[in-house]
Design a protein around this ligand. Sequence first.
Ligand code: SAM
Length: 218
Amino acid sequence: MRLLERLKAMGFLRSEKVYRAMLRVPREEFVPPPYRDLAYEDRPLPIGYGQTISAPSIVAYMTELLDPDKGMKVLEVGTGSGYQAAVLAEIVAPSDEPRSEWGHVYSIERIPELAEYARRNLERTGYADRVTVIVGDGSKGYPPEAPYDRIMVTAAAPRIPRSLEEQLAPGGRMVIPVGDSWDQTLILVVKTRDGRIIREPRLPVLFVPLIGEEGWPY
Ligand code: SAM
C-alpha cells in the first residue's frame, strides 16, 4: 500500500511488527462514512463529538516508540474510533498466532457514544476479543487491570498523571502528549526494572485535551 511505503520512507514506520499491524487493520472501517475516501491520506479525520482519529504517521510513530510485543498487557487512554487500539491488538495478539499467546488491550474513553462507536468498529473488524473498551476517566488510568506493560495516551495532559506512572509495570513504557493547545510534546516514560522513572521529550505534537481528574478541567 502506498501510504505505508511513504511512512516507511519518511522514517515513521521502522519495524516489521508495526508495519504488519498497520497493513492488517483496515483504517477505512474506523473512519465515518463521509470521510472513507480519505482513510489512506496521512491526515487526522473527524469522528464526531469534537474528536479525531489521529493521522497514520502519528499512529506509526507512537506505536514504534511504545514498542509493544506479543503477549503484553496494554492500556490505551482515549479510544476514539478504536483504530489505534486495533493496531496495538494486532501486535500484542497477532491474528495468525494461537490465542494462548495473545496479550490484551484495555482502552478507556470518556465519551460513552464514542466508546460504543469504537466497540462496533472493533467487532466488525474482528478485534473485539482482543480489546476491552471501558467508559471512564482514563487520566486516572484503569486500576482493575494494572500494572500494564505499555500505556499509550492519545490526548494531551497538562502534566504526566501520577496514576498512570504508578500503573506502569517495572520495565514498562508509556507514550503521552503533554502540554496546552498551542505547545505539546510527546514524552516517552520508561520505568526501569528497579522502579525508577525516566522521562524523555521526543516530538512536538498536536492532540485534543485529556479531560479529567488528572487532566484538564472540563
Ligand atoms: N486513539 C484514537 C483513535 O485511534 O481513533 C484517537 C483518540 S482522540 C485523538 C482522543 C480521545 O481521547 C477522544 O476520543 C477523547 O474523548 C478521549 N479522552 C479525552 N480525555 C479523556 C479521558 N480523561 N479519559 C478517556 N478518554 C479521554
